[in-house]
Design a protein. Structure first.
Length: 171
């Protein structure tokens, strides 16, 4: 289990720090069936930011997302894997920061594809990528690369009781 090595309370109103288990459990139970949009922010080669909505899933305590090889996010990640992923979960807004690297091993691709299928996307593994009859236009045409976020830091701001704001560092 990916546990933080340090936690810092960022709340200015006296609320205690939030446990990492709160967003982790929300990610595990809400993906892939809830109507969530994750936003992946990457950096272009000239330093300008880029952000795109993606379908993401939490599998085996890690966040995975996809993108066509010619999408701006995939090209950016190939040059610089640093990125952030933002999402509004039930009761907590979450920003995840780290590095995203392409996943090519068949075992992981099959495991993540099964989770996507459980949410209604009829994806299959084709070589070292995904294919399906459809995907979001922002993903580009198939095949789609799969990326795994190596989590470094996360920020959560609770929008429901118990309130609070917390930073979690993962190393």
């Amino acid at each position: 289990m990916n546990e933080p090595i340090s936690t810092r309370n960022l709340d200015n109103y006296g609320s205690p720090e939030l446990p990492w288990s709160r967003p982790r459990e929300a990610l595990a139970t809400l993906t892939p069936t809830a109507d969530l949009t994750f936003f992946v922010a990457t950096v272009r080669p000239d330093g300008r930011p880029h952000s795109a909505g993606v379908g993401a899933v939490w599998v085996d305590d890690a966040l995975y997302f996809k993108g066509g090889p010619n999408t701006r996010r995939s090209r950016n990640l190939a040059a610089n894997p640093a990125c952030s992923v933002s999402v509004r979960l039930t009761g907590i807004d979450l920003v995840l920061e780290g590095e995203a690297h392409r996943v090519t091993d068949t075992e992981t691709l099959e495991r993540v594809a099964a989770v996507y299928r459980s949410g209604g996307w009829p994806v299959s593994v084709d070589g070292d990528a995904f294919t399906a009859p459809f995907s979001a236009p922002s993903a580009g045409p198939p095949p789609w690369h799969l990326y795994r976020l190596t989590l470094r830091t996360a920020f959560g701001v609770a929008s429901a009781e118990p309130h609070g704001a917390t930073r979690w560092d993962f190393g």
